[in-house]
Design a protein around this ligand. Structure first.
Ligand code: KIV
Length: 272
């Protein structure tokens, strides 16, 4: 059945819930800077995630753990300056919310005040319930994140599919219901079996956005630099590359180098 798409002048947390109700899928991509965010917003993406994947993509770290709250605020404020329509969700980085709910609230307030982002995302379930409640009580919208939670990579040991075993799947289902109950406006499910993700999406009324979680959820998120093929060494099964910018940019840059060396650039029309 094709779904009549309602136009949203600005996407809000309420519009996302409405999209789920209307059966309209939600598109979400990461962005970490002004120029990319302008393109992502202009192309009609519903949600822009200023992900802590900036730690890998922008800074070249092996994990998401090193990125700081100040760095996240810098990236998020650059993104917010570019936005006309998308909802901007900002990751709370590792170490900014795990120790206690007061610290979590302080970090979330800094993100909202200093970057102008519209919501925050935190990784985890019952272990961070009190922190999420504290942030929600301050009127800050929260997106949950379950399944593969990269900030816990050293606990998991690998980036393989999570919740394949019944016990972990049951805990994930419980956590999703809890996140909905306490007031999260959406949940990201990362790298879990498609069947489980669909079951979770059907069990809650808030949108469930998947990455490596199949097509039975309410929306999809990808890391922009992977999706446009700027990165090329990361090749998980769930990733669809829409461009090969790594190749195109490498060719263009090599050509520029040749043109400079051969004095082809600049030509008569490219000077004053
Ligand atoms: O940081 C990030 O980019 C994310 C997405 C992978 C969901 O959390």
């Amino acid at each position: 059945m094709s779904v009549a798409k309602k136009e949203y002048k600005r996407v809000t947390v309420k519009s996302l819930v409405e999209m789920k109700k209307n059966g309209e899928k939600i598109s979400m991509l990461t962005a970490y800077d002004y120029t990319m965010a302008k393109i992502v917003d202009g192309a009609g993406t519903d949600v822009i995630l200023v992900g802590d994947s900036a730690s890998n993509v922008m800074a070249g770290h092996e994990t998401t753990l090193p990125i700081t709250l100040d760095q996240m605020i810098y990236h998020a404020s650059s993104v917010v300056r570019a936005i006309d329509r998308s909802l901007v969700v900002v990751d709370l980085p590792f170490g900014s919310y795990q120790s206690d709910p007061k610290e979590a609230l302080r970090s979330a307030i800094r993100i909202m005040k200093e970057s102008g982002g519209h919501a925050v995302k935190l990784e985890g379930g019952k272990e961070i319930k009190e922190s999420i409640k504290r942030i929600l009580n301050a009127g800050i919208p929260v997106m949950g994140h379950l399944g593969l939670t990269p900030q816990s990579i050293y606990k998991f040991g690998t980036y393989t599919v999570r919740a394949k075993e019944e016990q972990e799947a049951d805990q994930l289902k419980e956590d999703a219901l809890m996140l909905e109950r306490i007031g999260c406006f959406a949940i990201v499910l990362e790298k879990i079996p498609a069947k489980l993700a669909q079951e979770v999406a059907q069990s809650v009324s808030i949108p469930v956005i998947g990455i490596g979680a199949g097509n039975g959820v309410d929306g999809q998120v990808l890391v922009l630099h992977d999706m446009i093929g700027m990165t090329h060494e990361f090749n998980p099964r769930f990733l669809r590359r829409y461009m090969n910018l790594f190749e195109d940019m490498s060719k263009a840059i090599a050509q520029y180098g040749e043109d400079v060396k051969s004095s082809d650039f600049p030509n008569d029309n490219e000077q004053y």
